[in-house]
Design a protein around this ligand. Structure first.
Ligand code: THU
Length: 141
């Protein structure tokens, strides 16, 4: 098969993130999040948010997807998609600050972040670069 186009990768990632969102364990917030990452090797890994009765132990969808990729030996992530439900007053839901720092460890600054909100069957996508979300990420180099 020929190399997928950016558009094809974006669509596949959004579909995978939306599917992963179905597995969200979020009985406390009732806010379901799905994430999917695309690796340099051309694979998709997914994650969803997993909450805990001890609230602070919750892990976001973006980190679960990232750690699934890295744990499988694929630590170069070239794109990420995120799917959430529409919140009143919010046009887009973006990754939290902790996730941005984790993403900066494994993604280049120009990598695209596709952020989608669902309203029924309608999916609205906003795209930003990682460096727009975390311009001064902490790093030790
Ligand atoms: N959450 C994510 O999974 N990703 C984010 O970027 C923001 C928040 C989850 C954590 C918690 O389960 C719920 O959404 C509400 O904060």
């Amino acid at each position: 098969m020929s190399k997928p186009t950016t558009k094809e990768i974006q669509a596949a990632l959004l579909d995978a993130a939306q599917q992963a969102r179905e597995n969200s364990y979020s009985p406390y917030s009732h806010f379901k999040v799905g994430a999917a990452v695309f690796t340099r090797q051309g694979h998709i890994f997914t994650g969803t948010n997993i909450e805990n009765a001890s609230y602070g132990l919750t892990v976001c969808a973006e980190r679960n997807a990232t750690f699934a990729a890295v744990g499988a030996g694929e630590k170069d992530i070239v794109a990420l998609a995120l799917v959430t439900q529409k919140l009143p007053g919010a046009k887009v839901n973006s990754p939290c600050g902790a996730c941005r720092q984790v993403l900066a460890e494994f993604m280049p600054p120009n990598a695209p972040i596709y952020m989608a909100v669902l309203e029924g069957k309608k999916r609205t996508v906003v795209t930003k670069k990682l460096k727009d979300l975390i311009p001064l990420a902490f790093n030790l180099s």
